[in-house]
Design a protein around this ligand. Structure first.
Ligand code: C2E
Ligand code: MG
Ligand code: MG
Ligand code: MG
Length: 283
């Protein structure tokens, strides 16, 4: 099993030896150990209303405080977990922790002031039968309405087993879960596919927001905002770091954003203190 996983890790990472060695640390056994030892934790990044700066929700982003490797970023270990299959057990933990946290926010804020949680799903999770039901069960267990959960998918998820992905999305959306297309425009985009997938939100990738700073133009971001409007979808801009970018987005009708300008990914308590308990005071 380990040998197969490492081969896949090498293929996915494409960096040869470094990834082969690196692959061991994200094996299913290692990830299970890490979960038992409390090495994984979540950070939450506010999703804000561009007009007011108030949070409408937060995205859960996983971190691994590894005993010997230190803090490992998800961009490094998530692909390895996908390759080894350990993403399934890790993903289940992420869902459980995220919905439990969102249920706390709901108790804090009350029913009239909904705060959503966005969870990144991997291809492995989305293609596994029963993933949709699993998410709904976890919501029910903590008393969180499914409509307060966003599941983020990417275009690359629709490559391999699109039918299985569509089944899970149908189950989730049927119960009210919001489906977001993450990193839009960076994968193997197909505009026809976009209309085939049952979607609610398109997230503009941070690379298309970053160029606004230097160019004051971002054709892809602009087109994505228009496309979302045409399709009747919501749009969230990622990686907003400056007021100039926020203004550019507002001028073009983008209503929601995430980025360091508003908040880095922070511990749940900090998200609560800064966005849910106090009124927003941003200079
Ligand atoms: P993503 O879902 O597109 O998440 C956005 C990434 O952009 C996060 O990186 C976030 O910290 C970063 N970011 C947010 N605002 C800014 C900004 O203003 N400037 C810049 N430069 N960066 C910003 P992070 O947390 O390192 O996560 C990287 C990726 O790892 C995520 O991209 C997502 O694809 C994946 N990931 C994270 N957590 C999970 C998880 O629980 N499950 C799965 N399957 N993937 C995850
Ligand atoms: Mg995401
Ligand atoms: Mg993204
Ligand atoms: Mg991503």
């Amino acid at each position: 099993r380990a040998g197969k996983a490492l081969f896949e890790a090498q293929r996915v990472g494409g960096h040869g030896k470094m990834i082969i060695h690196g692959g061991y640390y994200a094996s299913p056994a290692a990830v299970l150990d890490g979960l038992r030892n409390g090495e994984f934790f979540l950070r939450f990044q506010a999703v804000v209303d561009l007009a007011t700066g108030a949070a409408i929700g937060a995205e859960a982003l996983v971190r691994w405080q590894h005993p010997t490797r230190g803090l490992v970023p998800p961009a490094e270990f998530i692909p390895l977990c996908e390759a080894s299959g350990s993403i399934v057990v890790l993903g289940e933990w992420v869902v459980r922790e995220s919905v439990a946290e969102a249920a706390r926010w709901r108790r804090l804020r009350g029913e009239d002031d909904p705060v959503s949680v966005a969870i990144n799903a991997s291809a492995r999770e989305l293609t596994s039968a029963g993933y949709g039901e699993f998410v709904l069960t976890e919501c029910a267990n903590v008393g969180l309405p499914a409509a307060l959960v966003h599941i983020e998918v990417t275009e690359t998820h629709f490559g391999s087993d699109a039918a299985a992905v569509r089944d899970n999305i149908r189950v989730l959306r049927g119960a009210g879960v919001i489906i977001s297309m993450d990193d839009f425009g960076t994968g193997h985009s197909s505009l026809s596919r976009l209309t085939e997938i049952e979607l609610d939100v398109i997230k503009i990738d941070q690379s298309f927001v970053a160029v606004i700073e230097t160019e004051r133009e971002s054709p892809v971001a602009e087109l994505t905002i228009k496309l979302a409007a045409t399709l009747g979808l919501q749009v969230i801009a990622e990686g907003v770091e400056t007021e100039a970018q926020a203004e550019w987005l507002r001028e073009r009708g983008c209503l929601l954003a995430q980025g360091y300008l508003y908040s880095r990914p922070v511990a749940a308590d900090e998200f609560v203190a800064r966005f849910l308990v106090q009124p927003v005071t941003r200079a």
